[in-house]
Design a protein around this ligand. Structure first.
Ligand SMILES: [Zn+2]
Length: 384
């Protein structure tokens, strides 16, 4: 029964093609109606324009020590991907449910929602909260405000946060941080033969990107964390734009880059070092061209890494309810570090496999949904 309900909810949820960055009010409205039908009072945390909303609610008594089940309502685009089925219609084949967001992470949202009646029927001694965000896929933008709103709204203090990102239900206690930046170099245009007189924005960008790579080598010599693959902080430029012709010195070149830091490395320090190098390079270039400039924009605020120590009670709890002793880490970014920063003991543990996320023919195995529901059941038991 619960499984059928979960699949039905999942089928409804995947039909909302809400991409990261877009308004998510349609899906929020749907979830809100479901909560109302189940007599659950919920709160919205809207963006300033009122076009997007996170939501949170509590099931159980207003006492300290509760656990937040957290997920995001947005998904990544399907454009350019070769899907065999309609990505926004849940399609079952050989025990697998195909759709965009089936694994990442509407399967978990559906499991939380279908478990509400079970939570209500149990006489919970500690509360379970649901917290659903938006814009996770474009840089975990909404979670900091959601976390703050939860801390502000409830008089009691929830202790734990379980982020249901797909981990095939393995407890994840570590996660890299991330920051996405764009650097724009302003040089001077001219004939390519004048390379010593003008400032080629492309050549400057190349030096900056080489600096990033050298920096990565440098820090990875001093600091590694064997729980992660790769075992070091990575710096990478993924987009570069510049130039109009082979024989024209380019006056503008921009590149997007990211830092994925292990918990032991300070992301802000790396950004500061880059800024200092940019500044010195800029001063050197301005001797040739006074208006040469290097600017760097943070495309979203840094998402902190997750590093939950094994001795915290959440680790015990997640081992018990997931029936998995072994702890793991992931290289992808998620909202867990933000919940940890907000004062909650946080772990990632959810149904489905991240290997199936973000690609064509994304799916979740029905057996994963079943196991996820069993985990929520054991949580309810623990809290009753
Ligand atoms: Zn996700």
């Amino acid at each position: 029964m619960r499984l059928e309900k979960t699949i039905q909810l999942l089928s409804d949820l995947v039909a909302f093609p809400v991409l990261g960055g877009e308004s998510n009010l349609t899906i929020v409205d749907y979830i809100g109606k479901y909560l109302e039908e189940n007599n659950v009072e919920y709160q919205l945390v809207k963006n300033p324009e009122g076009t997007k909303a996170s939501m949170h609610c509590r099931i159980g008594p207003a006492v300290d020590g509760g656990l937040i089940l957290s997920g995001h309502t947005d998904v990544v685009p399907v454009a350019g991907q070769a899907w065999d089925t309609d990505p926004f219609v849940l399609t079952e084949k050989d025990g697998k449910l195909y759709a965009r967001g089936s694994a990442d992470m509407k399967g978990f949202l559906a499991s939380c929602l279908s478990s509400i009646p079970a939570m209500q029927a149990a006489s919970l001694k500690k509360p379970i909260y649901l917290a659903f965000s938006y814009d996770e896929e474009i840089g975990c933008l909404a979670a900091p405000e959601l976390v703050e709103a939860i801390n502000r709204f409830y008089e009691e203090k929830p202790q734990f946060a379980l982020i249901g990102e797909p981990s095939v239900l393995k407890p994840i206690v570590g996660q890299k941080g991330i920051c996405v930046l764009e650097t724009i170099v302003h040089g001077s245009a001219g004939h390519s033969s004048r390379i010593k007189q003008e400032v080629s924005a492309i050549h400057v960008a190349a030096r900056l990107i080489t600096w990033l790579e050298d920096k990565m080598e440098d820090i990875s010599r001093n600091n590694t964390d064997e729980r992660f693959h790769p075992n070091h902080t990575s710096l990478h430029a993924g987009i570069i734009h510049g130039g109009i012709a082979p024989n024209v010195i380019s006056d503008r070149c921009s590149f997007h880059w990211d830092i994925r830091n292990i918990p032991g490395d300070n992301l802000h320090k790396i950004i500061e070092d880059f800024a200092a190098y940019s500044k010195s390079l800029e001063q050197e270039l301005q001797k040739r061209f006074a208006r040469a400039r290097i600017e760097t924009i943070e495309h979203h605020p840094p998402v902190p890494p997750l590093d939950t120590p094994e001795h915290l009670p959440i680790v015990n709890l997640i081992r018990k309810i997931s029936r998995t002793e072994e702890l793991d880490t992931v290289a992808y970014a998620a909202e867990a570090g933000q919940f940890a920063q907000g004062g909650f003991e946080a772990v990632i543990c959810g149904p489905g496999d991240i290997a199936q996320a973000h690609r064509a023919n994304e799916f979740i195995e029905i057996s994963q949904l079943e196991k996820g529901l069993a985990m929520i059941d054991r949580l309810i038991e623990e809290f009753s």
